[in-house]
Ligand binder design. Sequence first.
Ligand SMILES: Cc1ncc(C[n+]2csc(CCOP(=O)(O)OP(=O)(O)O)c2C)c(N)n1
Length: 789
Amino acid sequence: MDLKALRDYWRACCYAAVGMIYLWDNPLLREPLKREHIKRRLLGHWGASPGISFAYVHANRVINKHDLNCIFVVGPGHGAPGYIAPVYFEGTLSEYYPQFSQDEEGLRNLFRAFSFPGGLGSHCTPELPGSIQEGGELGYSLSHAYGAVFDNPDLIAITVVGDGESETGPLATAWHCNKFLNPVRDGAVLPILLLNGYKINNPTILARIEEEELLSLFKGYGYEPKVVEGEEELEVHGVMAESMDWCVERILNIWEDARSSGRVFRTKWPMIILRTPKGWTAPKKVEEHYIEGYWRSHQVPLADVRENEKHLRILEEWLRSYEPERLFDEKGRLREDLRSLAPKGNKRMSANPHANGGLLRVPLRLPPLEQFALDVQEPMKLHYENTRPLGTFLREIIRNNPNNFRVFGPDETHSNRLYDVFEFGKAWMAKILPEDRDEGHLDPYGRTVEMLSEHTVEGLLEGYILTGRHGILNTYEGFAPIISSMVNQFGKWLDISSDVPWRMPLSSLNLLLTSVVWRQDHNGFTHQDPGFINAIVDKWPNVVRVYFPPDANTLLCVAKLCFQSTNRINIIVADKQKHPQYLDLASAQRHVEKGIGIWDFASNHVEEEPDVVIASCGDIPTKEAVYASFLLKEAFPDLKIRFVNVVNLFCLTPQTEHPDGLTDHDFDIYFTKDKPIIFNFHGYPWLIHRLTYRRTNHKNLHVRGYRENRKVGIDATHLTPFLKGRGGITTPLQLAILNQIDRFSIAMDVIDRVPKLQGKGGSFKDKLKNMQIDALRYAYTHGVDKPDL
Ligand SMILES: Cc1ncc(C[n+]2csc(CCOP(=O)(O)OP(=O)(O)O)c2C)c(N)n1
């Protein structure tokens, strides 16, 4: 093993990383460094870069030696210079971006483009070949890596995990993903903990505990850690090379044992703890300030080199310490013997097709929906759990796509009525006990992955999709905000990726939010939060879709649409409890295609211009709104009601803002230009106002929805005595009434807002109040809703 060559390759990477941060010109230091050679604005993160390149160069060595199929996941993605450098030297960057050619000119262009407007970002962004995560928001490297190797039996995800990153919740839980990794069916993750000791301004916890504690921690997580450290550069290269060999051989042996015997077993997977100084190879100290091996090396260690001649000389000395004249040939290319160290073709981690998953993606084989659809002969006659047929659909998708589709969830797939998927088991490599045979469904080959960390399952799904597969995550609506930021990061990735011509489209990220706010009968206030969608609706219109299917058949059609789409984040909000069924499959299909529709059965005098539009969005508000319409039809047979149901939330948005938005003309056709609209919504009412405020009839739009503020401004004083018990148990109708999305409130709203009812509607409004009081009394007395409601 030629350690010196390995070291030189790495030093060339370090040189290039420093060059990217500082140099505008004179990329090979062929002349003395001058002020004008320095970029005007110094941006980038040096501290993580040497460690990232170090891991990359050593990964290259084992790929060649063992003929491996590897991708490289960078947790501390802010250390992009440390990733870009080896990607450039192995030629991939030049293939995608010819301006970064393998010569002095290309090197200059690269240095200039890094962290520069219109150039390359300062993280491992989607524009970088081989990257599957930007690493901007820390914490997701391990779950992405594990998701990537599921069902990819010969793939190893070599994953640099920051020691600061390790302090985040998502990363801390993701170590447990090894309990789902089946050595027969799945690939392997080789975590390299970059224990460089510091974050932005603090030491890391893992670097300041005793070695025994550190090792015990990772042993406890089910790993066999190898510590790589040393006094001197070459020595560390030697230890790293030996350790990488050991890790890879161990992985290959585990695979071989499991696959030749067909025996699945849980094992201690290898990992590396790379204890090297932060900002390794930078000046040790500048004017009494520690740089190398300290947090000061995190970003740009010498920030004033354009103004400070002394610092400029220190920078020059630093750059020259890598001996660029020895590393590059006269054209400015990396020395040929060094270039030959990189793997070739798709063996290069930056060219591995798994890291451009759309290249490998095959569309799902979807069974026809007729098999699962409910037989709805007449609206409202059949009551059924909306998510159950979806569970059967998912089960058959698994059957048809046994190697590239998975269901993910924290722990609620059963509770969410999707249990049919358990015919194909729940992935589980930890202990299985006799009682688990009693519908535990634990199975090393299971296709559903459940772990009580919303972050981890979200990360696993993202990693699975990023590498060209398909899936869905089901979670309680109230806890979806836990992953709001993570979904946001993934959306950014998709948004940018869709503008990168060589990134092929990925399957969409499908999130089913169920056990919704309105049916937290047994959990109460803590489980009521429809706010996830508020955070997502403002995001990239090319990426985000939000669907509110009102019944089971519509949910099936929405799910099919989502599974066929690419590069999207599809949010489906649907409850799991029994609900009235409205649409047969063909009607549901049309309803989903339009995204909005008028329901004649809930309207009155459909052929005429309406007096009022009752609109709904969301399954429970729809049910209440339909009943409101029925009450009104009976009380006021002459009242002309139009009932509009919205499935695709973005229909409401102007077309200029979202591709699914209705034109203003169409919006007026549905909602009229001047009639009152009573809109019963699943989430916070202001969201509907935000989406529609520019529509012609917005001034007549009156929205009901979930309200946190029930004591102030309540316009139904007769309800005040009942505003109790919010934190505890509620009945469904009680909760609806307290938020005024119930049938009685909606009917009262219509009376209040339709001019011709304001005189004659008084007596019926009073009756409606009585009905509310009776319903609430009944709930507080018997603990359930009246059976006829
Ligand atoms: C979730 C999250 N919180 C905070 C930050 C801001 N931040 C950027 S780098 C960094 C320190 C990272 O430390 P580490 O993972 O050890 O990386 P390294 O020291 O190798 O740069 C922090 C806190 C972030 N990017 N993501």
